[in-house]
Design a protein around this ligand. Structure first.
Ligand SMILES: NC(=O)c1ccc[n+]([C@@H]2O[C@H](COP(=O)([O-])OP(=O)(O)OC[C@H]3O[C@@H](n4cnc5c(N)ncnc54)[C@H](O)[C@@H]3O)[C@@H](O)[C@H]2O)c1
Length: 361
């Protein structure tokens, strides 16, 4: 098969992580970059290394599409640009992988999902947490009945504060959708996937209590949450909870997923990859937990900061392009994750339960 020719839109932190991982994929070739900031383009070309001579750099989508004629485009520009970037791409048959969140508003995400449903090329919403090997194994185990009937699901992320981005776009909810959309769309996506159900109502208690308090940009203070508890009720009775702290960079385990069913509890920890199944036992009887370790390909781990997931996701995207596999994360999945995140943002702001029906879901 001739190589799949990729263009990268947005050559910042995530665009460059895609570049490092594409270099590990045999049938992928990077042919073009789109980014208005010269420093980002330079850094991306350096990342491409040997093959950079054949890569064209552009400041707009139209010239890139006309000159480079890529087979596939990775959209890794800031959240608030996704819809504008996608508009000309949607009109073509090019295969698209768009970074999460699909958009900053339900209206834009719905436009993207509707457009994706009416075109020929693959459209894939990037949701890396699904492709972290320990998370993937956990999901398969829950779906194969290892906890019995799933009743309770928790996602914990205790991590470092938001990093600094090009032009500081991620300090304001209007650019990101707010923390519950920007970051937590991953977790609402995981919840939907694991529960195999849709959210009905959301309650989020959160705020910006530790990070960014002394930061000012153009006279304006950031307005993004740095911690929250969010509960989500699903239409099949599963209840889920997200525990987010972004001032817990000292944590040994950054993420933990826990599923409790009527037969057993299953938990997985990232980065250690410890997966523990604890069946229910009669009171006072000895516990009988089973512990295993989920390995991650070392070259995938080294190519980024997302526990190897970008590599595994790109392999699945390539399969979808070749018709050898399904579109694992659709635009509709991206829309639903934005919707749940938006509900959580409204809930935290207005201090009330938000029904998904209020938002049209
Ligand atoms: N899946 C994940 O875990 C994950 C992690 C980080 C970022 N992301 C997503 O990736 C995207 C990029 O984030 P980042 O961390 O790389 O940000 P960044 O600020 O490091 O990089 C963004 C780049 O896009 C460029 N840009 C701005 N407007 C553009 C436009 N209209 N067209 C093309 N390029 C444009 C900027 O100059 C910059 O170089 C965001 O949507 C973000 O949410 C996902």
């Amino acid at each position: 098969m001739s190589p799949v020719r990729f263009a990268i839109v947005g050559a910042g932190m995530m665009g460059r992580e895609h570049i490092r991982n594409l270099k590990l994929v045999d049938e992928a070739k990077i042919v073009a970059l789109v980014d208005p900031v010269e420093a980002s383009v330079k850094a991306a070309l350096a990342e491409i290394g040997d093959g950079a001579g054949g890569v064209s750099a552009h400041t707009d989508i139209a010239s890139m599409m006309a000159e480079a004629r890529p087979d596939a485009v990775i959209v890794a520009s800031p959240n608030f640009t996704h819809r504008t970037v996608l508009e000309p791409l949607m009109a073509s048959g090019v295969h698209i992988l768009c970074e999460k969140p699909l958009a900053t508003t339900i209206t834009d995400a719905r436009w993207i999902a509707d457009s994706a449903a009416n075109r020929s090329g693959v459209f894939w919403t990037a949701m890396e947490y699904r492709f972290m090997a320990p998370a993937a194994k956990f999901i398969t185990a829950v779906h194969s009945g290892e906890v019995g009937r799933l009743v309770m699901l928790t996602v914990r992320e205790h991590r470092f504060p938001f990093l600094h981005k090009v032009g500081d776009w991620n300090r304001f909810s209007r650019n990101t959708g707010g923390t519950m959309v920007e970051k937590c769309c991953h977790f609402f996506d995981l919840m939907r996937l694991i529960a195999r159900a849709e959210p009905v109502r959301v309650f989020c208690s959160g705020g910006m209590d530790v990070n960014h308090l002394d930061e000012v940009y153009g006279g304006e203070r950031p307005d993004i949450m740095d911690n929250a508890f969010t509960t989500v009720e699903f239409d099949n009775g599963v209840r889920a909870m997200l525990d987010l702290s972004m001032f817990a960079e000292g944590s040994e385990e950054q993420e933990a997923l826990t599923a409790v069913g009527d037969e057993a509890k299953l938990e997985v920890f990232i980065p250690s990859g410890a997966l523990i199944r604890s069946p229910r036992t009669p009171l006072w009887a000895p516990k009988s937990s089973r512990r295993e370790h989920v390995p991650v390909d070392a070259k995938a781990l080294a190519a980024g900061t997302h526990h190897g997931s970008v590599y595994y996701q790109l392999l699945a995207f390539m399969d979808a392009i070749k018709g050898a596999g399904p579109v694992v994360v659709t635009a509709e999945d991206g829309l639903r994750a934005v919707a749940a995140g938006t509900a959580a943002e409204i809930s935290a702001r207005e201090r009330r339960v938000v029904e998904m029906a209020e938002l049209g879901f």
